[in-house]
Design a protein around this ligand. Structure first.
Ligand code: ADP
Length: 242
């Protein structure tokens, strides 16, 4: 799309003043809801996301049960008030797609075989949306799962990279997502760098793709440190209160 604003200025700065490899500010708090088994509140730039985990518990209806492992039901929902023009409430194609890819990513890292016939519900509520909500939601879900004590190989984390104004940059903001050339959300297991989710919107050459993937993985590691700190902070404060 032809655009009269420059996504990258002559000094290499992006619209919000970030450099190409700079993430938006991330803030994570674990254990914010008292009735959920595990929860997390996360802010990532202008995104505000709540994640709540229930389970493992008996999967109902029973025909959904798997005798060998737990099923993971992630439900991603964007609140009607989370975007500029009120969004029609309820599930749509986009939220179903995101729920599916997040469920599949989480199933790869949760030790589901320990809980046959069970369900683990992961609710992701986007309260404010400003691009990158699937990565923010998955990152919040990782902390909520750890907070719920669900056995996992690792705490899953996500970050996107993309292409704007011909350059590969990390963590696209709203205008960059709207007017950029490509977006590549990636989720990994940070201990092994195993890829749990990878999607691509737009076009990249193989070289650009590899560069964007490396950058997204770098971003995942930054977010992973903030996740771990949020979990440590919660258990530190629980210990101090004892
Ligand atoms: P992600 O949020 O994971 O980047 P998309 O690329 O589909 O997913 O969406 C990019 C951004 O577009 C969202 O974060 C949100 O700010 C905005 N958006 C998505 N769906 C809607 C909608 N129905 N109405 C208004 N804005 C939307």
């Amino acid at each position: 799309m032809e655009l009269d604003i420059k996504l990258i200025d002559d000094n290499g700065k992006r619209l919000d003043g970030r450099s190409a490899e700079e993430l938006r500010k991330i803030k994570i708090e674990a254990g914010v809801l008292h009735r959920a088994d595990g929860s997390c509140y996360l802010e990532w730039g202008g995104n505000k996301v709540l994640a709540a985990v229930y389970g493992p518990r008996e999967a109902i209806p029973r025909h959904t049960q798997n005798p060998l492992r737990a099923i993971v039901n992630a439900r991603y929902n964007m609140a009607a008030f989370s975007v500029e023009d009120r969004k029609r409430p309820g599930p749509d194609r986009r939220s179903r797609e995101i729920s599916k890819v997040i469920s599949e990513a989480l199933e790869k890292i949760i030790l589901t075989e320990q809980f046959p016939r069970s369900a683990i519900d992961v609710n992701i509520e986007v309260l404010d949306a400003e691009a990158g909500t699937r990565c923010a939601g998955l990152t919040a879900a990782g902390v909520a799962l750890a907070d719920a004590g669900i056995p996992m190989n690792d705490i899953p984390v996500a970050c996107a990279a993309g292409k704007i104004a011909g350059q590969i940059v990390i963590d696209l903001g709203k205008e960059e997502d709207n007017f950029g050339d490509a977006d590549l959300p990636v989720a990994i297991s940070p201990r092994t760098d195993e890829i749990l989710l990878l999607q691509m919107d737009g076009h990249l050459t193989v070289e650009e793709f590899n560069k964007a993937l490396d950058l997204a993985i770098k971003g995942c590691h930054v977010a992973s440190e903030i996740q771990k700190k949020a979990i440590l902070d919660k258990y530190q404060s629980v210990k101090e209160a004892e």
